[in-house]
Write a protein that binds this ligand. Structure first.
Ligand SMILES: [Zn+2]
Length: 268
Protein backbone atom coordinates (compact mmCIF):
# COMPACT_ATOMS: atom_id res chain seq x y z
CA UNK A 1 0.00 0.00 0.00
CA UNK A 2 1.21 3.48 -0.92
CA UNK A 3 1.93 5.65 2.08
CA UNK A 4 1.09 9.32 1.50
CA UNK A 5 2.97 11.79 3.62
CA UNK A 6 -0.37 13.33 4.70
CA UNK A 7 -1.46 10.04 6.18
CA UNK A 8 1.84 9.78 7.94
CA UNK A 9 1.44 13.24 9.50
CA UNK A 10 -2.14 12.33 10.45
CA UNK A 11 -0.95 9.29 12.34
CA UNK A 12 1.15 11.65 14.48
CA UNK A 13 -2.07 13.40 15.52
CA UNK A 14 -1.44 16.61 13.59
CA UNK A 15 -4.09 18.49 11.69
CA UNK A 16 -3.77 18.02 7.96
CA UNK A 17 -5.68 20.50 5.83
CA UNK A 18 -7.43 18.95 2.85
CA UNK A 19 -7.70 20.63 -0.47
CA UNK A 20 -11.16 22.07 -1.11
CA UNK A 21 -12.97 22.65 -4.39
CA UNK A 22 -12.68 26.41 -3.96
CA UNK A 23 -10.04 28.55 -5.52
CA UNK A 24 -8.48 31.91 -4.56
CA UNK A 25 -8.43 34.03 -7.69
CA UNK A 26 -6.28 36.70 -6.08
CA UNK A 27 -3.45 34.28 -5.46
CA UNK A 28 -4.25 31.86 -8.23
CA UNK A 29 -4.12 28.96 -5.81
CA UNK A 30 -6.45 26.32 -4.33
CA UNK A 31 -8.06 26.82 -0.96
CA UNK A 32 -7.73 24.30 1.85
CA UNK A 33 -10.25 23.24 4.46
CA UNK A 34 -9.21 24.70 7.79
CA UNK A 35 -9.89 23.40 11.29
CA UNK A 36 -13.27 25.15 11.37
CA UNK A 37 -14.34 23.46 8.13
CA UNK A 38 -14.11 26.62 6.04
CA UNK A 39 -12.08 26.85 2.86
CA UNK A 40 -9.13 29.20 3.25
CA UNK A 41 -6.29 30.45 1.10
CA UNK A 42 -3.00 30.31 2.96
CA UNK A 43 -1.62 33.30 1.07
CA UNK A 44 -4.65 35.36 2.18
CA UNK A 45 -4.15 34.23 5.78
CA UNK A 46 -0.49 35.22 5.62
CA UNK A 47 -1.38 38.64 4.23
CA UNK A 48 -3.95 39.22 6.97
CA UNK A 49 -1.45 38.36 9.67
CA UNK A 50 1.09 40.72 8.11
CA UNK A 51 -1.52 43.49 7.91
CA UNK A 52 -2.48 42.99 11.57
CA UNK A 53 1.20 43.06 12.55
CA UNK A 54 1.65 46.30 10.65
CA UNK A 55 -1.33 47.90 12.41
CA UNK A 56 0.03 46.75 15.77
CA UNK A 57 3.52 48.04 14.97
CA UNK A 58 2.12 51.39 13.83
CA UNK A 59 0.03 51.69 16.98
CA UNK A 60 3.01 50.77 19.13
CA UNK A 61 5.23 53.38 17.47
CA UNK A 62 2.54 56.05 17.81
CA UNK A 63 2.16 55.29 21.53
CA UNK A 64 5.94 55.43 21.90
CA UNK A 65 6.03 58.91 20.31
CA UNK A 66 3.09 60.02 22.43
CA UNK A 67 4.67 58.84 25.69
CA UNK A 68 8.02 60.29 24.67
CA UNK A 69 6.37 63.68 24.09
CA UNK A 70 4.31 63.52 27.27
CA UNK A 71 7.07 62.20 29.52
CA UNK A 72 10.19 63.98 28.26
CA UNK A 73 8.63 67.39 27.77
CA UNK A 74 8.76 70.20 30.32
CA UNK A 75 5.29 71.63 30.01
CA UNK A 76 5.16 74.46 32.49
CA UNK A 77 1.40 73.98 32.47
CA UNK A 78 0.68 70.20 32.49
CA UNK A 79 -2.63 70.75 30.65
CA UNK A 80 -0.59 71.54 27.53
CA UNK A 81 0.34 67.86 27.35
CA UNK A 82 -3.21 67.17 26.16
CA UNK A 83 -3.63 70.23 23.94
CA UNK A 84 -4.95 69.63 20.41
CA UNK A 85 -6.28 71.75 17.56
CA UNK A 86 -9.74 70.43 18.44
CA UNK A 87 -9.49 71.74 21.99
CA UNK A 88 -8.37 75.17 20.73
CA UNK A 89 -11.75 76.91 20.59
CA UNK A 90 -12.15 80.01 18.46
CA UNK A 91 -14.88 82.49 17.63
CA UNK A 92 -15.76 82.87 13.94
CA UNK A 93 -13.67 85.46 12.09
CA UNK A 94 -11.50 86.11 15.14
CA UNK A 95 -7.74 86.54 15.23
CA UNK A 96 -7.59 83.20 17.09
CA UNK A 97 -9.43 81.44 14.26
CA UNK A 98 -7.13 83.02 11.66
CA UNK A 99 -4.05 81.98 13.66
CA UNK A 100 -5.35 78.45 14.17
CA UNK A 101 -5.76 78.06 10.40
CA UNK A 102 -2.19 79.31 9.92
CA UNK A 103 -0.86 76.91 12.56
CA UNK A 104 -2.67 73.94 11.01
CA UNK A 105 -1.23 74.78 7.61
CA UNK A 106 2.29 74.90 9.08
CA UNK A 107 1.67 71.64 10.96
CA UNK A 108 0.82 69.98 7.64
CA UNK A 109 4.02 71.31 6.07
CA UNK A 110 6.03 69.96 9.01
CA UNK A 111 4.73 66.42 8.44
CA UNK A 112 7.50 66.38 5.85
CA UNK A 113 10.77 66.10 7.78
CA UNK A 114 12.64 67.84 4.98
CA UNK A 115 10.77 71.10 5.67
CA UNK A 116 13.30 73.14 7.66
CA UNK A 117 12.22 76.44 9.17
CA UNK A 118 11.34 77.94 12.53
CA UNK A 119 7.97 79.31 13.59
CA UNK A 120 7.42 82.14 16.05
CA UNK A 121 4.20 82.59 17.98
CA UNK A 122 4.12 85.98 19.64
CA UNK A 123 1.68 87.89 21.78
CA UNK A 124 0.73 88.60 25.34
CA UNK A 125 0.35 85.91 28.00
CA UNK A 126 -2.92 84.03 27.96
CA UNK A 127 -3.77 84.38 24.27
CA UNK A 128 -3.19 80.67 23.54
CA UNK A 129 0.24 80.66 21.90
CA UNK A 130 1.46 77.67 23.89
CA UNK A 131 -1.77 75.77 23.25
CA UNK A 132 -1.39 76.26 19.48
CA UNK A 133 2.30 75.32 19.60
CA UNK A 134 1.51 72.13 21.57
CA UNK A 135 -1.30 71.34 19.10
CA UNK A 136 1.20 71.42 16.22
CA UNK A 137 3.37 68.83 18.02
CA UNK A 138 0.36 66.65 18.73
CA UNK A 139 -0.73 66.82 15.10
CA UNK A 140 2.77 65.92 13.89
CA UNK A 141 3.14 62.85 16.16
CA UNK A 142 -0.33 61.66 15.13
CA UNK A 143 0.30 62.00 11.42
CA UNK A 144 4.00 61.27 10.93
CA UNK A 145 6.80 59.31 12.51
CA UNK A 146 8.55 62.19 14.25
CA UNK A 147 9.76 62.57 17.81
CA UNK A 148 8.64 65.85 19.36
CA UNK A 149 9.48 67.76 22.54
CA UNK A 150 7.93 70.72 24.32
CA UNK A 151 10.29 72.73 26.53
CA UNK A 152 9.14 75.52 28.80
CA UNK A 153 12.38 77.44 28.92
CA UNK A 154 11.97 79.00 32.36
CA UNK A 155 11.23 75.66 34.01
CA UNK A 156 13.94 73.90 32.02
CA UNK A 157 16.63 76.40 32.93
CA UNK A 158 15.34 76.58 36.50
CA UNK A 159 15.96 72.81 36.79
CA UNK A 160 19.46 73.19 35.37
CA UNK A 161 20.29 75.82 37.96
CA UNK A 162 18.77 73.67 40.74
CA UNK A 163 20.97 70.77 39.61
CA UNK A 164 24.06 72.89 40.39
CA UNK A 165 22.92 72.78 44.00
CA UNK A 166 22.26 69.05 44.01
CA UNK A 167 18.78 69.10 42.48
CA UNK A 168 17.63 66.76 39.76
CA UNK A 169 18.70 67.59 36.20
CA UNK A 170 15.91 68.32 33.71
CA UNK A 171 14.60 65.30 31.79
CA UNK A 172 15.68 66.79 28.49
CA UNK A 173 19.29 67.90 28.12
CA UNK A 174 20.62 70.00 25.23
CA UNK A 175 21.48 66.90 23.18
CA UNK A 176 17.98 65.48 23.53
CA UNK A 177 16.48 68.80 22.48
CA UNK A 178 18.83 68.95 19.50
CA UNK A 179 17.98 65.40 18.44
CA UNK A 180 14.18 65.69 18.42
CA UNK A 181 12.55 66.14 15.03
CA UNK A 182 10.36 69.01 16.14
CA UNK A 183 10.67 71.09 19.31
CA UNK A 184 8.67 73.87 20.95
CA UNK A 185 10.72 76.33 22.98
CA UNK A 186 7.99 77.84 25.11
CA UNK A 187 7.94 81.28 26.67
CA UNK A 188 11.26 82.48 25.35
CA UNK A 189 12.40 85.69 27.00
CA UNK A 190 10.63 85.14 30.30
CA UNK A 191 13.48 83.13 31.79
CA UNK A 192 14.23 84.65 35.13
CA UNK A 193 17.97 84.43 34.35
CA UNK A 194 17.54 86.76 31.42
CA UNK A 195 15.57 89.20 33.53
CA UNK A 196 17.88 89.10 36.52
CA UNK A 197 20.73 90.64 34.49
CA UNK A 198 23.14 88.32 36.29
CA UNK A 199 25.80 88.09 33.64
CA UNK A 200 26.98 84.60 34.51
CA UNK A 201 23.58 82.92 34.32
CA UNK A 202 22.68 85.05 31.35
CA UNK A 203 25.79 83.97 29.39
CA UNK A 204 25.34 80.35 30.40
CA UNK A 205 21.74 80.27 29.20
CA UNK A 206 22.58 82.06 25.95
CA UNK A 207 25.33 79.48 25.37
CA UNK A 208 22.88 76.61 25.85
CA UNK A 209 20.25 78.25 23.67
CA UNK A 210 22.86 78.83 20.98
CA UNK A 211 23.91 75.13 21.09
CA UNK A 212 20.27 74.24 20.58
CA UNK A 213 19.31 76.73 17.87
CA UNK A 214 22.59 76.41 16.00
CA UNK A 215 22.08 72.65 15.54
CA UNK A 216 18.33 72.58 15.02
CA UNK A 217 16.48 73.34 11.81
CA UNK A 218 12.84 73.06 12.89
CA UNK A 219 11.85 74.80 16.10
CA UNK A 220 8.66 76.50 17.21
CA UNK A 221 9.17 79.45 19.56
CA UNK A 222 6.51 81.07 21.69
CA UNK A 223 7.26 84.44 23.27
CA UNK A 224 5.59 87.38 24.97
CA UNK A 225 8.39 89.60 23.74
CA UNK A 226 8.50 91.99 20.82
CA UNK A 227 11.34 91.49 18.36
CA UNK A 228 13.03 94.66 19.63
CA UNK A 229 12.94 93.24 23.17
CA UNK A 230 14.38 89.90 22.00
CA UNK A 231 17.10 91.80 20.14
CA UNK A 232 18.16 93.56 23.30
CA UNK A 233 18.08 90.38 25.40
CA UNK A 234 19.99 87.94 23.20
CA UNK A 235 23.08 88.29 21.07
CA UNK A 236 22.74 88.78 17.33
CA UNK A 237 24.10 85.35 16.38
CA UNK A 238 21.49 83.65 18.55
CA UNK A 239 18.70 85.86 17.21
CA UNK A 240 19.61 85.01 13.62
CA UNK A 241 19.44 81.26 14.45
CA UNK A 242 16.06 81.76 16.12
CA UNK A 243 14.73 83.34 12.93
CA UNK A 244 15.87 80.45 10.72
CA UNK A 245 13.75 80.41 7.55
CA UNK A 246 11.88 83.56 8.59
CA UNK A 247 12.46 86.51 6.28
CA UNK A 248 10.50 89.29 4.53
CA UNK A 249 8.99 86.77 2.13
CA UNK A 250 8.01 84.11 4.69
CA UNK A 251 7.31 86.10 7.85
CA UNK A 252 3.56 86.45 7.26
CA UNK A 253 3.30 82.70 7.07
CA UNK A 254 5.78 81.67 9.77
CA UNK A 255 5.16 84.30 12.41
CA UNK A 256 1.85 83.82 14.16
CA UNK A 257 1.17 87.06 15.98
CA UNK A 258 -1.61 87.78 18.43
CA UNK A 259 -1.90 91.53 18.09
CA UNK A 260 -5.46 92.18 19.17
CA UNK A 261 -4.94 90.98 22.71
CA UNK A 262 -4.13 94.05 24.84
CA UNK A 263 -0.72 94.88 23.42
CA UNK A 264 -1.17 96.48 20.00
CA UNK A 265 2.43 97.22 19.12
CA UNK A 266 2.62 94.13 16.92
CA UNK A 267 5.61 92.02 16.08
CA UNK A 268 8.45 93.01 13.71
ZN1 LIG B 1 -5.69 34.20 -1.47
Amino acid sequence: MECRSDDFVATLGMFVPKRSDEYCEKHDSPKYVGKNGKAICYQCVKENVRRKDEVLAKDYLFKKRKYSLEDNSIWGDPALGKATFDSYRTKPNSEEEFNKTKALKLANQLLDRKQEFNIILSGNPGVGKSHLAASILRYVIENSEQECLFINIDEWYGAIKDSWNGGEKPKANVQKIVNADLVVIDDLGTETSMKSQLKEANDDLQGRLFSIFDRRKRTIITTNMQSTELNSMYNAKLISRMFLGINKRTQDERIIAFKNAVDKRGFL
